[in-house]
Design a binder for this molecule. Structure first.
Ligand SMILES: [Zn+2]
Length: 99
């Protein structure tokens, strides 16, 4: 599955490409915080929480879309090497944000 395919599947399932709305409806908690930007955002599998780093040099919605991809990748049971998962998450985010 490509990131674009996953994004199309998810936007069809929720009837929107709005990352915030998708997160809400998927029951994912989104927290906005600030920390030294080593990471742009984080997805915590255990408590279904995405933390967005407002100090990161990226739009919060871009970070949210990327972290949401990690959520849906895990939900779908897709296991990938880290780098491939990151690439898939980036292409998911690009597709979702393109509407
Ligand atoms: Zn990532």
């Amino acid at each position: 599955m490509t990131g674009a395919e996953l994004a199309h599947q998810i936007s069809q399932r929720y009837g929107t490409t709005d990352a915030t709305e998708i997160a809400q409806r998927a029951g994912v908690v989104v927290r906005y915080e600030r920390w030294h930007p080593v990471t742009m955002g984080e997805y915590h599998k255990k408590d279904r929480t995405i933390c967005i780093n407002l100090a990161a040099p990226l739009e919060p919605t871009q970070v949210l879309a990327h972290e949401l991809a990690h959520y849906f990748i895990h939900e779908a049971g897709i296991l990938l090497p880290r780098q491939e998962e990151e690439k898939l998450a980036d292409s998911f985010a690009r597709t979702l944000l393109a509407g």
